[in-house]
Design a protein around this ligand. Sequence first.
Ligand code: G3P
Length: 217
Amino acid sequence: MQLLLDTADVIVLKDLVATGLVDGVTTNPTLIAKSGRPMLEVIAEICDLVEGPVSAEVAATESQAMLAEGRKLASAASNVVVKVPLTREGLIAVRQFSAEGIQTNVTLCFSAPQALLAAKAGANYISPFVGRLDDHGAVGMDLISEIRAIYDNYDFDTEILAASIRNGSHVTQAAIAGADCATIPPDVFASLFKHPLTEKGLDQFLADWAKTGQSIL
Ligand code: G3P
C-alpha cells in the first residue's frame, strides 16, 4: 500500500520524508491556500523532495480550461499527477489527459458509479473521500470496498487512493478493504508510529537494561 502525505507544507513534509516511508504527496486548493505560497513554486519544491506521485489540483471547472491548467501543472515535474474534480467536465478532461499521457487523480469521489465513470475515462487514481462521507452520516469505508469490487470485476487499472483520512483506524480499514494508496494528513501519519504499549514497554526495557550496567558497543 502506498502511503501519501496530504499536505502542501514543505517543512512538515521534509520531516516525514526523512523516515523513508512517504511514497508521494497530495495537495488540494485548500492546502495550497493554507501554505500561503504560489502553487507552482510549492509543487516544484514538493516534487524535488519526493520521487513518487505528487497531486496538483486544477482550479478551472470547464474541460478546456482544466486541460490548459493541467498541462501547465504537469510541465512542472515528471511526477506531477493532475488532480481533477469528479464532474462531467472533469472526466472529459481526464479522457484527454489520458490520451496525452498526463497522469490524473480524480478527486471528490463520493459514490461507486462516480468511480466507475472515472475508471472508464482513464483516471490513474480515484480519490474517495472517506472522512467526509462519515461526517455526512454514511460509512465512508464501504465506498472503498465497493470500488475495489467493481475495479476487480473489470480489471480496471485505476488505483484507489483513500482520501479524507482522519485517523489510524481509517488507514487500517482502507488497507483491509484493498485501497492501493491512502493519503494521510501529517498529524495522523505521525500518530501511526505510536502505541501507548510500545512506549510503556520501551521504558521498562530501558530501565531494566540500565540496571545491568552493560553496553552493547
Ligand atoms: O486532499 C483531499 C482530502 O484528503 C481532503 O481531506 O480532511 O479535507 O476531508 P479532508
